[in-house]
Write a protein that binds this ligand. Sequence first.
Ligand code: FE
Ligand code: ZN
Ligand code: FE
Length: 168
Amino acid sequence: MTLNNLEDLFVEQLRDLYSAETQILVALPEMAEAATSDELRKAFESHLKETRSQKKRLEKIFETLGEDPEGETCEGMKGLLEEGSEMLEKDGDRNVIDAGIIAAAQRVEHYEISGYGTARAYAERLGHDDAVGLLDESLDEESAANEKLTKIAESTVNPKATGAAARA
Ligand code: FE
Ligand code: ZN
Ligand code: FE
């Protein structure tokens, strides 16, 4: 698409986010299934529900703008999820693999936080107030998901993974 103004770039960035969320909807159930920690599995399952809402919020914004959500592939997310799925297939101690899955998932959340932050700033600049509110909600969920993963890693998974290394 031709980018002649910030509005065009806003739509392009939203399509990139839409592609990212669509890919994440496929990956999250696989990550949940691969997680050994109950807490981690539940975190992925609850973020899957949030991700469905996030995709719907984007659809709502596209509807308001009268634009098509399709048309972009988020290559960045594709790469991040490929790395995540490599981690799911690794052999080794389950606690260490869990720590590795968290590492991959947090890269995904940070990438999304960056994308939503930019889109939100454009929406604000362009006076798309409804979009600002919707993007804000998703941005808050991504931040909370990231923080939850930090908490799970630091309180349970990393300590267990450390123990695994000591036993080897
Ligand atoms: Fe998301
Ligand atoms: Zn992207
Ligand atoms: Fe997310």
